[in-house]
Write a protein that binds this ligand. Structure first.
Ligand code: ZN
Length: 138
């Protein structure tokens, strides 16, 4: 007997779909498909990067275009209203990202940022990830 109502079922489907299309999931599955091993969210590294490749000393951040203010991206524009709230908040995010990446670099880690909008073109994204991860040491 099917005890889940139609409405509940469609709600479940919606949740599942959105979880599987989350940019971070897309990046993880592409990297996995390329055969690279990684760890998730190492809190001991600056910015706790989304994907960490310990033997390669490389990390990948998956950034939302709005929250991290993707330059030149339509989703990266700051809101026109309530600017007293948004402008400092978003610029602090950007400053923090920059600081984290330079701290990582000083610790010998190379970092790559993948933006939400880049996950729309999986073929291109795969090439970008491959190039970053297959790159020589140093
Ligand atoms: Zn973007």
């Amino acid at each position: 007997v099917d005890t889940i109502s139609r409405r509940q079922r469609s709600e479940n489907m919606r949740r599942i779909r959105s979880a599987n299309t989350k940019p971070e999931i897309i990046v993880r599955s592409l990297v996995h498909g390329l055969g690279f091993r990684f760890r998730l969210h190492r809190r001991d590294l600056p910015g706790s990067p989304d994907l960490v490749f310990p033997s390669k000393h490389r990390v990948v951040f998956v950034h939302g275009c709005f929250w991290h203010q993707h330059r030149g991206c339509t989703d990266g524009r700051a809101p026109k209203s309530n600017t007293g709230y948004w402008v400092p908040k978003l610029s602090n995010n950007k400053k923090r990202d920059k600081k984290n990446r330079s701290r990582l670099a000083r610790l010998g880690w190379k970092s790559l940022v993948i933006w939400d909008c880049q996950t729309a073109d999986k073929n291109n994204l795969k090439e970008v990830l491959q190039a970053f991860l297959a790159g020589g040491e140093g």
